[in-house]
Design a protein around this ligand. Structure first.
Ligand code: HEC
Length: 151
């Protein structure tokens, strides 16, 4: 009898553990994509300030940040796991998964434009950088307008 109770208890614990695990996989996916975008944003803002003339242009710093954004732009996709639109704290709209090819295309635009920005930033000419920086900003906005809830 005692053995049976222990087995039942173990079974219950396993089942509970599995449910908690399933939940945290979705949360982990959201946390992952939000973290990548957070780091993208952290690197993007100082570049914006330099382009706007709010802070002095530092060619080396700008090039480093542009390089980082180009690398980071290749990372968020794996965090967009199907069925994670409603996870608490997420600002991802369900339309992402019903328009998957369009969403992926917008991420690819960001990858292309940010790679171009990293290249031009390496040359250190702010006037040449400006239009390409705007192209990257447009890629961010075009996806947010469609697929991210407003804060
Ligand atoms: C292909 C679509 C797409 C592109 C391109 C994109 N984003 Fe996002 N971004 C999202 C989505 C969707 C979220 C919401 C993710 C969530 O909360 O689950 C997000 C969230 C964010 C966040 C909030 C992160 C947090 O802490 O929760 C920041 C900051 C951000 N993006 C900045 C940027 C910047 C800067 C760019 C351009 C350099 C950019 N994004 C390009 C789709 C995109």
């Amino acid at each position: 009898m005692q053995r049976k109770t222990a087995a039942l208890l173990a079974g219950t614990l396993l089942a509970t553990g599995a449910a908690a695990h399933a939940e945290s996989e979705a949360e982990k996916a959201v946390e992952y994509r939000e973290s990548v975008f957070h780091v993208i944003g952290h690197n993007f803002m100082p570049m914006a300030d330099m382009v706007k003339g709010k802070i002095d242009y530092d060619a080396e710093e700008f090039a480093t940040r542009a390089e980082r954004v180009a690398q980071l732009a290749r990372m968020p996709l794996e965090g967009f796991v199907e069925g994670t639109a409603g996870v608490a704290g997420s600002e991802a709209k369900p339309g992402i998964w019903s328009n998957w090819d369009d969403f992926r295309g917008k991420l690819e635009d960001l990858q292309k434009e940010s790679a171009k920005l990293a290249k031009v930033a390496g040359k250190g000419d702010l006037q040449a950088i400006k239009p390409q920086f705007m192209a990257v900003g447009k890629a961010c906005k075009s996806c947010h307008d469609e697929y991210k809830e407003e804060d």
